[in-house]
Each structure stands twice: as C-alpha cells, then as structure tokens.
Design a protein around this ligand. Structure first.
Ligand SMILES: [Zn+2]
Length: 257
C-alpha cells in the first residue's frame, strides 16, 4: 500500500478509536448513574418512615386507651362496691367515670382515624416499593448492558490498536509526524479524501494540477485551503472499515460518502 492509502486506513482506525473513547466515557457515566434509583429509594424510605411513625402513634394510643379502661374498671369497682356511702364521694367518682369514658371515646375515635391513615400510608408505601423494584430492575439491566458494552469496547480497542500499530509500522517517521500534527490541529481529521473534485473536509475546489499530482500517489498533496492531506476520491470512509465486521454499514459523524 502507498503512503496515502495507509494514511486513510490509519485515520479510519484513529477516528473509530476517538469515537470509542467518547462512547466509553458515556457508557462509564451511565454505569455510574444511579440517580433514578437513589430518588426511588428516597421516596420509598420516606413513605415507609411515615407508615412506621403512624403505627407507633397507634400503639401509643392503644396503650393509653388500655390504661383508661383499667382506670374506668377501678372507678366502677369502687362505685358499685357498696363500701362508699358518702354521697359527695359517690358523685365525685361518677364524675370521674364520665370524664374517663369521654376521654376513652376520644382516643378510640383518634385510633380509628389513625387506622385509616395507616391503611392509606401502607398502600402508598407498597406502590413506592413496587416502583423502586421496577427502577432497580431497569437500572440493573442498563448496567449489565453497559458492562457488556465496555467489554466489547475493550475488544474493539485492542483490535484497533493492533491494526493501527501495523499501519504505522509501514509509514516513515516524517509522514507520521505530519499526520500526527494535523490530527491534533485539525480536530482529528488529518486526511481529507476528495469529493466531487473538492476537499471533503472544507469543500474547497482542488485545483486540477493538485488533483493530477494526487493521482500519481507518489507524494503527499495538501488542500490549499485547510492544509489537510488530500486523498483520492473513493477512499474508504470509517463507516466502511469498522472492525470487527459490522452487521450493517453505519454512518458516522465524520462520514464523507
Ligand atoms: Zn480542505
């Protein structure tokens, strides 16, 4: 292969490698992203805490009600024991019994209201738990997919590195220096195949003299406008050279076809 063909192939590999780097960063970000899961956990924890608090309030009320029932029982025992004959004392006990009964009814009403609140809170917590389980399963599935994608990227990067090293070994140091410099200064695209007699990178019409020199492939020819290395039209675009062999052709951001 002549230098320009090698450079086109090398750039295809390098551009694919650049895309992999972007893809890897996005995949790693997705793998680290648990925002939805954390939010669902927080929502469930909040509803679960609310249910626990309401149940604790109910237990407290039930204990208080039991205490009142015990007191009422004691007052009634004294009232109807026959031991108390003092009318004033009896009237006082009667009054106490009525007051205790009133308070007990208030507590029981409160208990009923709390039970309704607990039922609603339980239902809400169950719904939030179901939502959490769904999001958890979705997150796990996404992370499994991300891990598989990273493994595939590792394999692809290794294949690309091997191919790139093989191509670079066939190019002389000066050509590689020019190519590497242009890759840095021209946003990763050092070589621009011609398209319809123009530079495919900047669209500048290539003078016929330059185009003729390019056909001989004996020297590097540069676009007079963007200064990239020109390659003959029909040079393979990265979308044609994805290793391993793609199941279908893929248009890339930098596709020049
Ligand atoms: Zn150009």
């Amino acid at each position: 292969m002549n230098a320009i063909t090698l450079l086109v192939e090398l750039q295809n590999m390098d551009m694919r490698s650049d895309e992999n780097t972007v893809l890897r960063a996005a995949t790693e970000k997705s793998l680290a992203d648990t925002a939805d899961l954390n939010a669902a956990r927080a929502v469930f924890a909040q509803s679960d805490t609310r249910t626990t608090e309401l149940k604790a309030q109910l237990r407290s009320l039930e204990l208080e009600t039991q205490g009142l029932a015990e007191k009422i029982k004691q007052v009634n025992e004294r009232l109807y024991s026959g031991r108390i004959t003092n009318a004033k004392e009896l009237a006082g006990l009667n009054q106490d019994e009525k007051m205790l009964q009133r308070r007990k009814r208030e507590l029981e009403d409160h208990e009923l209201a709390l039970m309704e609140q607990i039922e609603a809170a339980d239902n809400l917590a169950a719904a939030k738990r179901a939502a959490l389980e769904t999001i958890s399963a979705q997150t796990n599935a996404r992370h499994d997919k991300d891990r598989a994608a990273l493994l595939a990227l590792d394999a692809l990067d290794a294949a690309l590195a091997h191919k790139r090293a093989g191509l670079r070994a066939q190019l002389d140091a000066n050509t590689l220096r020019v190519y590497d410099t242009l890759r840095v200064t021209k946003k990763g695209r050092a070589v621009a195949p011609m398209k319809n007699s123009s530079c495919s990178a900047c669209g500048f019409a290539v003078p016929s003299g330059l185009a003729s020199r390019l056909k001989t492939r004996s020297e590097l020819v540069y676009c007079v406008n963007c200064e990239r290395i020109l390659a003959p039209s029909g040079s393979r675009c990265p979308c044609w050279t994805i290793p391993p062999k793609p199941t279908r052709r893929r248009k890339t951001r930098s596709c020049w076809r």
